[in-house]
Write a new protein. Structure first.
Length: 233
């Protein structure tokens, strides 16, 4: 699997590298599985359209029924994979940003307890905070022959867009709670303290929609960003 190399002695601790590597593998695996699950769902949707045409002039609806039964299972599986992907990807981003800040500030290594805590699904508010860190400003300039036009600005914009997506997700959690007449959460501050996986009912639009895919990219890039920062020190 694609993962950065950390060859510099003492740059990261074994537990920091191990956690980053394990979460990276989880992110890549769940991303691939989500792509597969989404492709299956799309195929079944097309199959449902064909079944509607096929059975328009018949009294036997078994073709369509079979497709619908499978599609329900496929939809549930797709959501399950997406929520699993969210849990590990959000954690990978929070851990990656924390390690990046630690290296940039020449601070002591993270303790084992801290690393283990950061490997758990973060609250939406904690993820928002991590996405608010000026990562682009922490990274060193590339050599002219390896640099891309406006790379720093583009990086900052990508992070800001994902952060805005998480902000939208926080608002959606509040809306869902209101629709469900739930006692909690009722405000954005309360929703920021929630875990997305616990506030994404199967009968609602996915809270992670539009956020998960760009979050994948940030999670995959962070180990390489950390490695790049270490090599420039």
């Amino acid at each position: 699997m694609r993962f950065a190399r950390f060859d510099e002695p003492g740059s990261l601790t074994t537990i920091e590298v191990g956690a980053l590597r394990s979460l990276n593998a989880a992110v890549l695996t769940t991303r691939y599985e989500l792509q597969s699950a989404s492709a299956l769902w799309d195929r079944l949707q097309s199959g449902g359209d064909v079944a509607d045409i096929h059975e328009a002039n018949t009294t036997f609806p078994f073709y369509g029924q079979a497709v619908q039964e499978i599609a329900r299972g496929a939809a549930a599986y797709e959501r399950q994979v997406a929520l699993t992907a969210w849990r590990y990807t959000a954690a990978a981003v929070v851990l990656g940003v924390t390690v990046l800040q630690r290296v940039a500030g020449a601070k002591p290594p993270l303790t084992a307890t801290t690393v283990e805590e950061l490997c758990q699904e973060p609250t939406l508010g904690r993820l928002y905070e991590a996405l608010s860190v000026p990562v682009a400003d922490l990274l060193p300039e590339r050599k002219p022959e390896h640099s891309l036009p406006n790379e720093r600005e583009d990086t900052a914009q990508r992070w800001a867009q994902v952060r805005d997506g998480v902000d939208d997700a926080i608002e959606l959690v509040v809306e869902i709670a209101a629709d469900e007449e739930a006692a909690h959460p009722r405000t954005k501050d309360e929703a920021a303290g929630c875990l997305l996986t616990e506030h994404c009912p199967p009968h609602t639009d996915p809270v992670y929609h539009g956020v998960l895919e760009p979050l994948f990219k940030l999670a995959e890039d962070l180990p390489f960003d950390i490695s790049r920062l270490i090599k420039s020190s």
